[in-house]
Write a protein of this length. Structure first.
Length: 229
């Protein structure tokens, strides 16, 4: 079985050591880099399956490393950073990050994020059926049906379908505000965050058992949304 190769980029030796030990114990192949220059060289030479990137690097800012990676590789990138401001998080997502984990972090959460971004496929499956609460959702046939045997269907609008489709085809992955708005509404709507709040609220009311405490259609404050299977 081929092991997932992870490139960890962080200027703290203790952090690199801790992550290396934890990931190797879980059968990951680990490559490390302590600065941006080494990170870019390792990405080109080692061909990692996923990158864990700290933003506070001594030579090149992590955002610039991320932009450079995005210029030539689609490798999934999970940002691991102590920068807490929403502006920094949005900047990382806009630069091409697939997810953002804030230090200090729980190792199990980081591992879950790595699994999620590693499962990404270049192209979505042509037909996908998922379950949210008491509903089975067929994305290919645009059908939402209760699984309790009654056959009751739930109607979704065209916009709700497009938003749900984008989230569901990226299970476990944080999808940023800008990406959702651009894909669903178009490039002139990338700042209209209230659209997302409105339509996500509608989807939760229609699909979640408890819309006030959603289990599947999750909000990542100041960053975006995530579909949790």
């Amino acid at each position: 079985m081929t092991r997932t190769r992870v490139l960890i980029v962080d200027d703290e030796p203790q952090m690199l050591r801790a992550l290396r030990i934890n990931l190797q114990a879980r059968q990951y192949e680990v490559v490390t880099a302590g600065d941006g220059t080494s990170a870019l060289r390792a990405a080109a030479e080692e061909h990692p399956d996923v990158v864990v990137l700290d933003l506070g690097l001594p030579d090149i800012d992590g955002l610039e490393v991320l932009r450079t990676l995005r210029a030539w590789t689609p490798v999934p990138v999970v940002v691991l950073s102590g920068r807490l401001s929403s502006t920094e998080k949005v900047a990382a997502l806009d630069a091409g990050a697939d997810d953002y984990v804030t230090k200090p972090f729980n190792i199990d959460e980081l591992l879950a994020r790595l699994r999620a971004v590693s499962r990404r496929r270049p192209e979505p499956e042509p037909a996908t059926t998922v379950r949210i609460g008491e509903y089975e959702i067929d994305l290919a046939d645009r059908d939402v049906r209760r699984i309790d045997g009654t056959g009751e269907r739930q109607h979704l609008t065209r916009t709700e379908w497009r938003l749900l489709d984008l989230l569901v085809r990226n299970p476990g992955r944080l999808v940023g505000h800008r990406e959702l708005l651009q894909q669903v509404w178009g490039p002139t709507y990338v700042e209209e965050h209230h659209y997302l709040r409105q339509y996500m609220g509608q989807l939760r009311r229609k699909l979640e058992a408890d819309p006030a405490r959603p289990r599947h259609l999750l909000t990542e404050p100041a960053m975006g949304y995530r579909f949790q299977p």
